[in-house]
Design a protein around this ligand. Structure first.
Ligand SMILES: NC(=O)c1ccc[n+]([C@@H]2O[C@H](COP(=O)([O-])OP(=O)(O)OC[C@H]3O[C@@H](n4cnc5c(N)ncnc54)[C@H](OP(=O)(O)O)[C@@H]3O)[C@@H](O)[C@H]2O)c1
Length: 356
């Protein structure tokens, strides 16, 4: 059998650490390097950074190009940021070096919405360099878009779609909690919204356009609203303490209109430790159409574990895909890799690094 698929993680925060731990567990995948943006992470053993309780011999690097040249990965999983503009330089560096990219940055899930020029640039470069780029994650990338799209597959007609995801934010790292306003007073939350440092969920337009694109709807406009979820009790995380009266999360909603009517409504209240106030979390999709459909589950699909698993499980699909930029709706359905990941890769052509 061929050598293992060589993988690096780009970002060693909560998600990068979880993704790296999963790669270390998977047959046919080899974690060969880790890149961290934080200068203080340089030279730290990945095992220590990821809380493995043992060393791995993989030292975190601050130089992405240097790490790629030294380790020659087939694929990189990016977990450094949310915005396309922020993710772009790392993606370009990886692609230029012939490395396939899976990013969990929310705006990479459907990049042509945020910035069509960057999307075209990445698509062309990836095609030229013979690699694929994909944005994925629990959301955007799965619950409020790919699952919805899959459900529409049994519909003859659709009048409207409503999907709600109420979830625990505690698996995520400090950048995510800050963008949700966790730990702020309600007044500071409001100011944060005005100044753009509190944004709530990143990814509603990406999910909406992915759904609309898949089913053939033209969306006229999207209206979004965000409210603080104010805690009644003390909630404590390593990065932040929320006292009674402070913000534990954000209730964010988006409504997309077509022909003047609301057709896609996405609702996403997220907070740390919702169980402390007996909040029942869960995922729910409702389609009004022919037939009417309802799918729901409680508690929610756990965001941290699901994002790490999706990013890793998409590796064979990304290696098998035609070179270029893809969204989740373009590729085969994600499936858990329980056997040897190499068996899922068709031929040797998916592994550009093989011939290097
Ligand atoms: N699409 C989806 O469904 C989905 C799901 C989960 C997360 N995400 C996104 O993926 C990104 C990563 O999530 P995450 O939970 O891993 O976020 P995170 O722990 O905050 O890590 C993100 C970045 O922040 C840096 N960082 C982590 N802890 C820090 C600290 N204490 N001080 C300064 N910098 C710190 C890390 O630096 P290093 O590079 O040095 O490690 C990493 O590059 C986020 O933007 C999140 O929104 C998307």
């Amino acid at each position: 059998m061929r050598d293992p698929i060589r993988v690096i993680v780009v970002g060693t925060g909560q998600m990068g650490a979880g993704i790296g731990r999963l790669i270390l567990d998977k047959r046919g995948l080899e974690l060969i390097g880790a890149y961290g943006r934080r200068p203080e992470r340089a030279g730290m053993d990945f095992g220590e950074a990821a809380g493995l309780g043992c060393t791995t011999g993989l030292l975190i690097s601050n130089g992405l190009a240097d790490l790629i040249e030294r380790t020659r990965p087939h694929v990189a999983i990016q977990a450094t940021c949310s915005r396309l503009a922020d993710a772009k330089d790392e993606i370009i560096t990886l692609v230029e070096h012939g490395v396939h990219v899976i990013s969990i940055a929310e705006e990479v899930a459907y990049p042509k919405h945020r910035d069509p020029e960057i999307a075209i640039e990445i698509d062309r470069l990836a095609a030229t360099c013979g690699v694929s780029v994909l944005g994925t994650g629990v959301n955007p990338g799965f619950v409020l878009d790919l699952l919805v799209i899959a459900l529409t597959g049994v519909c003859a007609d659709i009048a409207s779609i409503r999907a709600e995801r109420s979830n625990d934010l505690s698996p995520y790292g400090p950048s995510v909690l800050a963008s949700q306003g966790v730990g702020l007073t309600p007044e500071a939350f409001q100011r944060g919204l005005e100044h753009g440092n509190v944004v709530g969920h990143v990814g509603f337009p990406e999910s909406i356009y992915m759904i609309a694109d898949a089913i053939g709807w033209e969306i006229e406009r999207i209206e979004e609203s965000r409210e603080p979820i104010v805690s009644k009790v003390r909630r404590e995380m390593p990065f932040v303490i929320v006292g009674p009266g402070q913000v534990a999360g954000c209730r964010h909603r988006a409504i997309a209109y077509r022909d003047g009517k609301p057709v896609i409504t996405l609702i996403h209240p997220q907070q740390i430790y919702p169980q402390l106030e007996d909040v029942k979390t869960g995922d729910r999709i409702e389609i009004i159409g022919r037939p009417n459909l309802r799918l729901s589950g409680s508690p929610e699909i756990p965001g941290g574990e699901a994002t790490a698993a999706l990013a890793v499980n998409m590796i064979p699909h990304v290696l098998n895909a035609a070179p270029g930029l893809h969204v989740m709706a373009d590729l085969p359905v994600p499936a858990a890799i329980l056997g040897d990941a190499r068996k899922r890769v068709h031929g040797m052509s998916g592994l550009a690094g093989e011939s290097r």
